[in-house]
Design a protein around this ligand. Structure first.
Ligand code: NAD
Length: 444
């Protein structure tokens, strides 16, 4: 299979949107190229006493609207093109969501599942020691992504604050030193989002991406008429059962949609009776925690029983006869090879970059409504932005305040994209890019 370069996919999406806009060559170059690329090799002491060198990146794509913003991914296949694409999509996403933030992304080439907790902590701190001069609450604000958690954000923020304060405290002495420290620390907390609640985190951040995706789907269903295949409830298949996939599945299930297939990196499960069964995501998660994988967690109603489902593959999950498909894992899942076999009428891209441009064309021709990643999963960065704002102001919003602000933001982003797609007679991805680019170049 040919490896698809996600940055080339991102640029192809950009080129399509540029056909609707009149931009100067310099404006186009700025949109295409990252403002700064940081590539680091840093040492980590392993539990056996040996030192291993790890390779990491931080790409700062565009800061026209504010500090760079974007997650840090720990994955054994992270590479520069992937991080460049993800940083680019973050710039578009923050603009679609109308946030005062630009786009960035980071990554470390590592399989975190092979590390002990102590090694993971030293790796997280080591990465920050390598890039700390290039991040900050007014400069670049990282967050969690694939395989990075609130705990990892806490280690990173702690390391960053240590490095920053040690450095600036050298300039002060005595009482002045203490005062500087207090003030500085409260501001410095805003350098990372997705932190634990008791460490400057925001209410509602953990489920933000999932609930945001659900709000987007609800807004879409008010605009299109999607008839359930079985004449009863709408069915959904969710690929990826991490933070994003779990919460999306949970909110769908709670709202009466039937979640008929779920998967993780090791395999997929599908209910036995697609006409009436629905997985219970909470129970599936509990079972996955016990077994370490989703395989065998056929939890329907209140019981997990082998009779409730059967195993399948991630490839087959994508092609099931469902109403809604929710890719929530990694890039390049729907490609020119399988797009023709997709049976869902609606795709909600909760992962970043799950669909290639070639697949986009095929799906569009088939009449599939695809909600692009830069809109569908923008709930995560929106609540990250709320966390950053709370840290800078030294305030704390309640869970209901966060959720209602998020819903407003998401609905207004959806409506801008939907209206543009109708005006320009184009698909939702291209419309989202048009909305974003106009904001980035200051032509709202
Ligand atoms: P995560 O690490 O919590 O979960 C990833 C899940 O995908 C895991 O269940 C893993 O087993 C599964 N997976 C990995 N490879 C797979 C494969 N080939 N097939 C099927 N499943 C596979 O990560 P996450 O935070 O849930 O992120 C998932 C996606 O959502 C990523 O594309 C990420 O960039 C995007 N995203 C995340 C957030 C966020 O707030 N966490 C926000 C916006 C976008």
């Amino acid at each position: 299979m040919i490896k698809i370069n996600p940055f080339e996919s991102a640029l192809a999406q950009l080129s399509k949107a540029l056909q609707f806009l009149k931009l100067s060559p310099a404006q186009i170059e700025r949109l295409k190229n990252p403002e700064k690329i940081i590539s680091v090799n840093f040492p980590v002491k392993m539990d056996d006493g040996k030192v291993k060198i790890f390779h990491g990146f931080r790409v700062q794509h565009n800061s026209a609207l504010g500090p760079y913003k974007g997650g840090i991914r720990f994955h054994h296949q992270v590479d520069m093109n992937e991080v460049k694409a993800l940083a680019f999509w973050m710039a578009i996403k923050c603009a679609v969501a109308d946030l005062p933030l630009g786009g960035g992304k980071g990554g470390v080439e590592v399989d975190p599942k092979k590390l002990s907790d102590h090694e993971l902590e030293r790796l997280s701190r080591g990465y920050i020691q390598a890039i700390w001069r290039d991040i900050g609450q007014d400069l670049d604000v990282p967050a969690p992504d694939v395989n990075t958690t609130p705990q990892i954000m806490k280690w990173m923020a702690d390391e960053f604050i240590k490095l920053k304060t040690q450095n600036s405290l050298r300039l002060h002495s005595g009482q002045a030193k203490l005062k500087t420290k207090e003030k500085e620390i409260s501001k410095l907390m805003g350098t990372f989002t997705g932190k634990p609640l008791d460490y400057g985190g925001s209410e509602g951040r953990t489920e933000a991406t999932g609930i945001g995706g659900f709000f987007v789907l609800q807004a879409l269903l008010k605009k299109i008429s999607l008839k359930p295949r079985n004449g009863k409830e709408l069915t959904a298949a969710v690929q990826g059962f991490g933070n994003v996939g779990f919460y999306m599945a949970k909110f769908l299930h709670e709202a009466g949609f039937r979640v008929v297939a779920l998967s993780d990196s090791k395999g997929a499960i599908v209910v036995n009776d697609m006409k009436k069964d629905s997985f219970n995501p909470d129970l599936v998660l509990k079972c996955k925690k016990e077994k370490g994988t989703i395989s065998g967690c056929y939890c329907v109603g209140s019981v997990c029983d082998l009779k409730n489902g059967r195993p399948t593959t991630n490839e087959k999950l994508l092609e099931l006869p469902v109403d809604i498909l929710v890719p929530s894992a990694l890039e390049n899942q729907i490609t020119g090879d399988n797009a023709d076999r997709i049976q869902a009428k609606v795709i909600v891209e909760m992962a970043n970059g799950p669909t290639t441009p070639e697949a986009d064309r095929i799906l569009h021709k088939k009449g599939v409504t695809l909600v692009p990643d830069v809109l569908a999963n923008s709930g995560g960065v929106t609540v990250s932005c709320f966390e950053w704002m709370q840290n800078l102001a030294g305030s704390h919003w309640s869970g209901s305040e966060v959720r209602s602000k998020l819903q407003k933001k998401i609905e207004s982003a959806f409506s801008a994209v939907w209206e543009t797609s109708r005006e320009e007679k184009t698909d939702l991805r291209t419309a989202a890019f048009i909305v974003a680019i106009k904001r980035i170049i200051g032509d709202k």
